[in-house]
Write a protein that binds this ligand. Sequence first.
Ligand code: GUN
Length: 283
Amino acid sequence: MTAEIINGKEVAKNKREELGNEVAKLTQQGLTPGLVVILVGNDPASLSYIRGKQKAAEEIGVHFKLEHFEETLSETELLDVIENYNQDSRFHGILVQLPLPKHINETAVIEKISPEKDVDGFHPVNVGRMLTGQDTFLPCTPAGIVELLKITNVELTGKHVVVIGRSNLVGKPVGQLLLNENATVTYCHSRTKNLSELTKQADILIVAVGRANFIGGKDIKEGAVVIDVGVNRLENGKLCGDVHFDEAKEVASYLTPVPGGVGPMTITMLAHNTVKSAKQTLQ
Ligand code: GUN
């Protein structure tokens, strides 16, 4: 079998066009959605992700602001900055780029963001709403994955989803969202025994471990749908996923590439959440 490649870039582009039309209408009504991204320090990967977020936001017509601080910013100062944006009605979304420097408590920072502006969907209030299936800001990468599966018309009800990785950003929430879509979900992680036996049972395999080419063709069931969330930079400077693309292509029915798969959807869902937040102020 040769897999059909899921073109996340194309799906994201179409979704951004729709969002752009929506933002144009809101702007005509005097409401321009605003997003502030707060970065502490100069982590090159974070800077690169933020450039992507800015480009997508501006393309759609979302007002974007970057608050960039030195690595030495204290936790109290950061909490004050967040409080100011919680009160600032020009900004409907607040995103604090992770990871933060070691002297800052990530949990305290996430909990400081108003749940009504938490476009990352990381605040415990929003995580709880997601767990209980309520309408809320869904975390961007997991929501982007579900959107990609739906647009590709992949049946989710009753399917066995195997998620590798249990991070709060991706692994845990993506499994939860797919459970809400009536899938049967198995979580695997670094302590899982006989990993390959489990991955070979997956109708839909989601790989978010952060290790280049971690999953090979022998780990995948014939005809499975494979979603590769990994972004790893090789020594030659090229990006690659957690899944061995050439091997997986011969076994899977659908496969996301890296780059051009999940990544563009993540950024698009951030813009989606910002627009959603702005619209909620009209209610
Ligand atoms: N760092 C890597 N991915 C993310 C993300 O989705 N949100 C935030 N805030 N930081 C990140």
